[in-house]
Design a protein around this ligand. Structure first.
Ligand code: MRU
Length: 366
């Protein structure tokens, strides 16, 4: 008998009647402010400025971004719907290049738009909304299965009374439509028994410090923050039993693009024989990308490294005026460093080219 899945009090988004409401992640943990998007342009801006982020949630939000645009245009001039949706999809797709979930969700929505061309505007908008809801529901369900499968895999391999698991960035209810991917696994493990969750701060946007810590505490789970730079030495000293992270795009050979700072964790885990686990729904798999070399890596403005936003607005400088900074926002972990890739359909163990191909061929989960 399966125990029930842990639930979450976090509401990252909602959609109703042409209005997309997003919990503004730029303001967490200080403020819980809702951002209302009623056009694709506003939605794209929210994505670009990281008010909303996390690969699976980007797919869901982009899909609803097309819905708000469809409602907006249909109310004014239904005849313009197809051109408006095309422009909106391109605008949304261009916001962030690395997470493949974004373009995959938009492709699904475009498919519905094409298949319903010539139909009544109201009916078409309803069908687009139904598809966006399906994308969200599928992601919610995928998180649950990933949580269960990943927790079982780790429990079998870590035989200490209270394991310490390190995670990076935010992969939870603020990054998906469900309990999360990597964080979903940690939520299930924490529900099953004693667990210490270590969260990398994740410089410079501080997804770990601001978001992962906020959502875990909101759900009554303890979390210990770790400066990113301390992870490798802690792993070397045997203080970490597993590293569990998410992904923004997984290539056919199992190379994993994820938040910058993931690759150094994989190197350290490999060097010290600590399991390194990647958790992601199949929507994060890009079977057309043979390996990680071709994955587009988002370069963000160095200004985001040089200054820290203040809770009351404005910024404080972290470096002298005149200093410049580089900000590659993602890195690629070679497949050989990844012990397991946990998806909703099962787990791939090395060699991942075969493991992932098998999962893709397996069809819908039983
Ligand atoms: O820049 P972000 O915050 O969108 O990056 C998010 C990550 O790198 C996550 O690890 C990834 O999207 C998986 S979220 C389930």
């Amino acid at each position: 008998v399966e125990t029930s899945l842990p639930s979450t009090a976090v509401v990252a988004y909602s959609y109703e009647g042409g209005v997309l409401r997003l919990l503004d992640q730029r303001l967490l943990p200080h403020e819980e402010t809702i951002l209302e998007c009623t056009s694709a342009l506003e939605t794209a801006e929210a994505i670009r400025t990281l008010a909303v982020r996390g690969a699976p949630l980007l797919g869901v939000v982009a899909a609803y971004g097309l819905c708000v645009e469809a409602r907006r245009v249909a109310a004014r001039s239904a005849g313009d719907l197809d051109v408006a949706l095309q422009v909106a999809a391109e605008r949304l797709a261009s916001t962030r290049p690395t997470a493949v979930n974004l373009s995959a969700a938009l492709d699904r929505m475009r498919h519905v738009a094409l298949a319903t061309a010539g139909g009544g505007a109201e009916e078409r908008v309803r069908l687009l909304e139904a598809e966006a809801a399906r994308i969200a529901e599928e992601d919610r369900a995928a998180c649950g299965r990933i949580g269960r499968l990943g927790a079982a895999w780790l429990r079998e391999r870590i035989r200490v009374p209270k394991p310490t698991v390190l995670t990076h960035c935010n992969t939870g209810a603020l990054a998906t439509a469900g309990i999360g991917t990597a964080l979903g696994i940690l939520r299930v493990l924490a529900a099953e028994g004693p667990l210490a969750i270590l969260a990398d701060e994740t410089r410079p946007f501080l997804q770990g410090a601001r978001l992962t810590a906020w959502e875990l505490l909101k759900d009554g789970l303890a979390v210990t923050l770790l400066p990113d730079v301390a992870a490798a030495s802690l792993i070397a000293r045997g203080r970490v039993h597993a590293v569990v992270v998410g992904a923004d795009r997984i290539a056919a050979n199992g190379d994993v693009a994820n938040k910058v700072g993931t690759y150094p964790l994989a190197l350290a885990a490999h060097a010290h024989g600590v399991p390194f686990v990647v958790a992601a729904p199949l929507t994060t798999l890009d079977p057309w990308m043979p390996d990680g070399a071709a994955v587009p890596i988002e370069e963000r403005d160095g200004a985001e490294v040089l200054r820290l936003p203040l809770s009351g607005g404005g910024h404080t400088a972290l470096a002298p005026a005149g200093a410049s900074a580089l900000y590659p926002a993602f890195d690629v972990t070679p497949s050989a460093l990844v012990n397991a890739i946990v998806t909703e359909r099962g787990i791939s163990e090395a060699p991942h080219a075969e493991g992932l191909a098998r999962l893709l061929a397996a069809g819908a989960p039983r």
